[in-house]
Ligand binder design. Structure first.
Ligand SMILES: [Zn+2]
Length: 97
């Protein structure tokens, strides 16, 4: 398993989207972390810009993870209800759905 990688700029974001592997985790200081598909429409440039560039990651950040299991382990992240990252890659016990 790979360690989560924090995404610090648009180039990173674009690179991961093009590679189309793994998932994004968006953390937020006021809400639980959410796992998204890398090519989901949930990943918006404006939101990324606000959180990472303008707010300087003080209220949350974007991470790339290799798997849902990593997202669950490292961030206690929940699956996005909109883009629905796959369930079948990980044992159901790692989620409290
Ligand atoms: Zn999503």
């Amino acid at each position: 398993m790979e360690e989560p990688k924090e995404i610090l700029n648009f180039d990173d974001l674009r690179r991961y989207r093009l590679a189309d592997e793994g998932y994004f985790v968006i953390t937020d200081s006021t809400r639980e972390a959410i796992i998204h598909k890398v090519n989901s429409k949930c990943i918006k440039a404006d939101s990324f810009n606000l959180k990472v560039t303008i707010n300087d990651r003080k209220q949350g950040s974007y991470f790339w993870v290799d798997s849902i299991a990593t997202a669950s382990r490292e961030f206690k992240a929940k699956r996005c209800k909109v883009c629905k990252p796959e369930l079948n890659l990980v044992h159901p016990s790692t989620f409290d759905v």
